[in-house]
Design a protein around this ligand. Structure first.
Ligand code: KIV
Ligand code: NA
Length: 264
């Protein structure tokens, strides 16, 4: 049966973990969804992973729609979430137009970066039939404001603010919260503070779901991987084995381990 937002809510209610991986093409979308991964994210990370840029900023809505169409064709029952790229949702009108393009391309949901000031946009999309995932913490489209890719929410006031932002966004209609690179304790606090499912990457083991960039978890990314990454191909030897090992480890609670998480 196809995964919907209700499947993820049920997971949260039952305390079962779910999984998410990035997918950018039909072949891997097929493999990933067959492995039982609940959510496939057509991430704007494709700007770095596929296009070779040093940030996600150059990615366009056209790029995202192209890859979303490919992923939708290969999908076998996962929920397809697509990123709204940099500056494609600067106003609610722009957000609606960009989201329409991604939903027409086969997305079931869009993801956007930004805190409580995005609440109006989230409400507008949500009331018009576009489920929204709100991405908080290390939001890569803000790399030039952050001055680098850094763990977020480390001091008490930043942590309190992020909890308040998550609550406000869910009240505005966000169906999922995604947390990137925050201390584990904050990941847990936000997961317990909102009724919506929370997906984490570098946000500790307590979030309802875990996401990784596929190329990272296959050990294909050049250079030193970020702390939160585990190479599942190294221990399994096949792509299918790696995908299944990731699902298994998240469901059993063995990934992420302490070594993949951040302290305050
Ligand atoms: O674009 C992406 O791959 C993402 C994940 C890292 C969450 O947003
Ligand atoms: Na992204």
């Amino acid at each position: 049966m196809a995964v919907t937002i209700n499947t993820l809510r049920d997971c949260k209610t039952r305390g079962e973990k779910f999984t998410c991986l990035t997918a950018y093409d039909a072949t891997f979308a097929h493999l990933i969804s067959q492995a039982g991964v609940e959510v496939m994210l057509v991430g704007d990370s494709l700007g770095m992973v596929l296009q070779g840029n040093d940030s996600t900023l150059p990615v366009t809505v056209q790029d995202m729609a192209y890859h979303t169409r490919a992923v939708a064709r290969g999908n076998r029952g996962a929920l397809v979430m697509a990123d709204l790229p940099f500056m494609s949702y600067g106003t609610p009108d722009a957000a609606m137009d960009s989201s329409a393009q991604l939903m027409r391309a086969g997305a079931h949901m869009v993801k956007l970066e930004g805190s409580s000031w995005m609440a109006d946009t989230v409400e507008m999309l949500s009331t018009r039939g576009v489920p929204v995932c709100a991405h908080l913490g290390l939001t890569p489209q803000f790399v030039n404001k952050f001055g680098g890719y850094k763990v977020q929410g480390k001091d008490d006031s930043a942590a309190d603010q992020m909890v308040a932002d998550a609550r406000e966004l869910v009240e505005a209609g966000a169906d999922i919260i995604l947390l990137e690179c925050v201390p584990s304790a904050l990941g847990q606090r936000i997961t317990e503070s909102v009724p919506a499912p929370v997906i984490g990457i570098g946000a500790g083991a307590a979030t309802d779901g875990q996401v990784l960039v596929m190329h990272d978890m296959l050990g294909a990314t050049p250079g030193k991987p970020p702390r939160f990454v585990k190479d599942f191909l190294a221990e399994t030897g096949t792509i299918q084995g790696a995908l299944e090992a990731f699902v298994d480890a998240v469901k059993k609670g063995t990934f992420p381990a302490q070594e993949h998480t951040f302290k305050a």
